[in-house]
Design a protein. Structure first.
Length: 91
């Protein structure tokens, strides 16, 4: 069983470009993103997310009951889908 802990979470604006841990696309300077500092199997690491990618990961994890994923190797969801998800009730 994997040891996972969320150590810190923030929503800063990028002061330098980051690579999204989910889709591998760039988070450009000036764009707000989700920053997470986590511990995974005893290793601390920082993750940078597009908000829509963080949502996609949550959804996939719930569906599969498994929160592991391959970094930089997932599809970035459309922003339209994110807006719909935020505006509506949770299914
Ligand atoms: Zn992304």
């Amino acid at each position: 069983m994997s040891d996972f802990a969320l150590l810190n979470e923030a929503k800063p604006k990028a002061r330098k470009p980051h690579k999204c841990i989910w889709c591998g696309e760039q988070i450009p300077v000036g764009e707000q993103y989700l920053f997470q500092s986590i511990r995974w199997d005893g290793t601390a690491m920082n993750q940078h997310w597009h908000f829509e990618c963080a949502d996609a990961q949550q959804e996939e994890g719930r569906e599969r009951g498994d929160w592991e994923f391959s970094p930089y190797d997932n599809e970035r969801p459309a922003r339209a889908a994110l807006k719909r998800a935020q505006g509506g009730e949770t299914a």
